[in-house]
Design a protein around this ligand. Sequence first.
Ligand code: PRP
Length: 184
Amino acid sequence: MTIVYEPYLGEVLIDGETIQRRVVALAQQISEDYHDKTPLLVCILKGGIVFLVDLIKQLQIPHSIDFMAVSSYGAGARQSTGAVRIIMDLEQNIDGRHVLIVEDIVDSGRTLHYIYSLLKPRNPASLRICTLLNKYERREVDVALDYVGFDIPNKFVFGYGLDLDEVFRNLPFVGVLKDELLPQ
Ligand code: PRP
């Protein structure tokens, strides 16, 4: 049987085991940095969900979670349009909380810049960012990243939370789309 993602996969960029090892290391670092605190981890939907779930399973400190949804990519689009909009806001009040934003990928930086500027005026005790992937070559807006899983090249990636036309978020690895399938 052909594996469903095979027609789309150019190469595996980061395999599942490597991701899991890095997630454990990040969780350990976060647990040390917040050892006397109860942080609120804010997952940016939808891409951040797989990373968040694996990350919190490895945390050794009390913490809570909340969710925000924003979108800068139209359905089916493979390039950021640059326009960020909020789809779903947090449930919890973050006044006085130690907030850690959890993202799957930082590309242009526009999404995180927008989220940061939205949350900062709500007076969190601290506001930090954790991203699994950092596509640093594409940065258009500066964002200070406190925890980074992997710096990656400017390639179209999917899997481990990142979608390809809304599917394949469940893949345990990060793969690169075949060159011939890239938009012209
Ligand atoms: C992706 C990703 C980040 C954002 C990064 O989200 O999850 O939130 O793009 O791009 P940027 O740095 O250029 O702003 P997307 O809008 O594709 O939504 P999704 O997570 O629901 O797939």
